[in-house]
Design a protein around this ligand. Structure first.
Ligand SMILES: Cc1cc2nc3c(=O)[nH]c(=O)nc-3n(C[C@H](O)[C@H](O)[C@H](O)COP(=O)(O)O)c2cc1C
Length: 203
């Protein structure tokens, strides 16, 4: 069975909702999904001033945890069109894994979200791909396999780069059922792909 980690960073909760739908899809594919969170780097004081939501109960990922998985889906809200510092800080702790080639041949994908429809969904993912590239992790795009990605009649997240949500400028918009459905689809298709590879390798 393929083992897949979904690692989320969320300040206000939207990304955790998306990540939970991704996990659902991974488990539907027959792979085993495990949900983690990135370590927080902001102080409790700063988080309180940002009106941050309480942290979920998911375990905090360590670099060594990555070795246990065949694939990873990294999920985080957009910060100035890029990944949050908390995600970069974690990536910067993986030098030991890079030096030993520990993640070569594993699979990786991204999910994100932003306040606005045009606030950087694609750029947050695109600018994170070098992390995968340098580790030799194979990037798996979402593509256009889910029909929701063709809809144009309402505010909707998701792109060929990965599932996503639109949170609104005050974080006032919930993650929609359609966005959850795309996230579940991403988990299921990623899980199916990684499982096929793991099965093939064991033959
Ligand atoms: C410092 C900072 C920078 C942000 N930059 C952007 C941005 O460039 N574009 C955008 O649409 N939203 C931006 N946002 C909004 C976040 O993307 C949004 O709050 C987040 O995705 C909500 O997800 P969460 O509930 O999981 O924290 C920013 C938020 C913060 C705190």
């Amino acid at each position: 069975m393929a083992n897949i980690a979904v690692i989320a960073y969320s300040t206000y909760g939207h990304t955790n909702t998306l990540a939970e739908s991704i996990i659902k899809g991974i488990n539907e594919s027959g792979a085993k999904g495990t949900l983690y969170q990135f370590e927080e780097t902001l102080s409790a004081d700063v988080l309180a001033k940002m009106y941050a939501a309480p942290k979920p109960a998911y375990p905090v990922i360590t670099p060594d945890d990555l070795k246990k998985y065949d694939g990873f889906i990294f999920a985080f809200g957009t910060r100035y069109g890029r990944a949050p510092a908390q995600v970069s800080s974690f990536f910067d702790q993986t030098g030991g894994l890079w030096a030993t080639g520990a993640l070569i041949g594993k699979f990786g994908a991204f999910a994100t979200g932003a306040a606005g429809q045009h606030g950087g969904h694609e750029t947050a993912i695109m600018t994170s791909i070098p992390f995968l590239t340098h580790h030799g992790i194979i990037y798996v795009p979402l593509g256009y396999g889910n029909p929701t990605l063709f809809e144009e009649t309402e505010v909707i997240g998701g792109s060929p780069w990965g599932s996503s949500y639109v949170a609104g400028s005050k974080g006032n918009l919930p993650v929609t059922d359609k966005d959850k459905n795309v996230a579940e689809f991403q988990g299921k298709s990623f899980g199916t792909l990684v499982s096929t590879f793991v099965k093939g390798k064991s033959l």
